[in-house]
Design a protein around this ligand. Structure first.
Ligand code: SAM
Ligand code: SF4
Length: 344
């Protein structure tokens, strides 16, 4: 098991497949993009599948979420999903995507074994989408969402970040649209994970603001608090049901004490938290040539590059997971890597 010193057990693995993206969301990356990882530094498809296999068969991972950057930009995505679906025990698999290109790939992803998608969409207005993402691709996202629903990648969840002065007046319209289209909407509080370090607590739209805005048009009933479990979204029943809306209040109501996540970056680093400032290198172990003990003379644990050794390094990294994100600590330091490079 991946257990930490606070007794939390990680069963949910987020795998970043690339740090690249075809959008430039203002809360995520600058207009000019970022210094992308070099190809040799990225894990290969085989390496990713191997790490997922180790996580599922040796470390108790039951949920795998592929993310990025934009995971649909990874050429081998369908093959990776297909191979992970054959693992025993089979993990539940989902994808977090901006939806561009999903129209083309949704059916193939479903056939490969993907269970669900989360599609990010912050606005119903094409002009606001262009301002927020710096790209004119609103229609592609809407089409991607429909294709995901039609392919049965359900429940289709929609992730929305509200930005002051841009789309903060859209919460009720987005919820009405989501209910009508059978998508589950989840608002995410903006976090200090942008490459430009432009986040300000003062200006951010809080979960409280979002709920207040939604209540101008909908009756919201809180789901029993026990249902939140380790899921970061607190959910509300909309107008008596059956639809729900979620709010991920990572800043104002953090859920660190129930966190069940472990993260793998596209270059093979384990991170115990989005806000961790330390990483543990699994790629070096993966790529190490089996040397000492490869002939069976040493303990399997000591064999460089063996599954046992990689599992041991991963467990050790998780053991050191901090109690919380530290966002409320005056000494909080934003991690060096932005969200797009960690895997959101
Ligand atoms: N490109 C894909 C997408 O946008 O869905 C996957 C990666 S993206 C980093 C994952 C999620 O993180 C998206 O829903 C995005 O809106 C969210 N996100 C990015 N930067 C954020 C920030 N600073 N605060 C809160 N959420 C953020
Ligand atoms: Fe790309 Fe997702 Fe970041 Fe937007 S939030 S720039 S879509 S990685």
């Amino acid at each position: 098991m991946l257990i930490d010193t606070y007794g939390r057990v990680a069963t949910d693995l987020r795998v970043s497949l690339t740090d690249r993206c075809n959008l430039r969301c203002t809360y995520c990356m600058p207009e000019e993009g970022l210094q992308w990882l070099a190809k040799p530094d990225l894990l290969t498809d085989d390496e990713i599948v191997r790490l997922v296999r180790i996580a599922v068969t040796r470390l108790g991972i039951t949920e795998v979420r592929f993310t990025g950057g934009e995971p649909l930009l990874r050429p081998g995505l369908v093959g990776i999903v297909e191979r992970c679906a054959q693992l025993e025990p089979r993990p539940r698999m989902s994808l977090t995507t901006n939806g561009i290109g999903l129209k083309r790939t949704a059916q193939a992803l479903k056939a490969a074994g993907l269970d669900r998608v989360n599609v990010s969409l912050d606005t119903l207005r094409p002009d606001v989408f262009k301002t927020l993402t710096r790209r004119d691709r609103h229609k592609d996202v809407l089409e991607g969402l429909e294709a995901a629903r039609d392919a049965g990648l359900t429940p289709v969840k929609v992730n929305t970040v509200l930005m002051p002065g841009l789309n903060d007046d859209e919460a009720p319209d987005l919820l009405a649209w989501a209910v009508e289209n059978d998508y589950e909407l989840r608002f995410i509080e903006q976090m200090p994970l942008d490459a430009q370090h432009g986040w300000k607590r003062d200006g951010m739209i809080t979960a409280g603001d979002i709920l207040q805005s939604l209540r101008t048009r909908f009756e919201l009933t809180e789901e029993g608090s026990t249902e939140r479990g380790s899921a970061p979204a607190e959910r509300w029943i909309v107008d008596g049901g059956p639809h729900r809306v979620g709010v991920i209040a990572s800043v104002t109501r953090p859920f660190c004490s129930a966190c069940d996540r472990t993260r793998l970056t596209a270059d093979g680093q384990v991170r115990t938290c989005l806000f961790a400032t330390e990483e543990t290198d699994l790629r070096a172990a993966l790529r190490a040539t089996p040397a000492e003990g490869a002939d069976g003379t040493a303990d399997a644990e000591d064999v460089t590059g063996s599954d046992e050794e990689i599992a041991r390094i991963w467990k050790f990294a998780m053991w050191g997971k901090k109690a919380g994100s530290g966002l409320d600590d005056p000494s909080f330091l934003q991690p060096d890597r932005p969200m797009s490079a960690i895997g959101g």
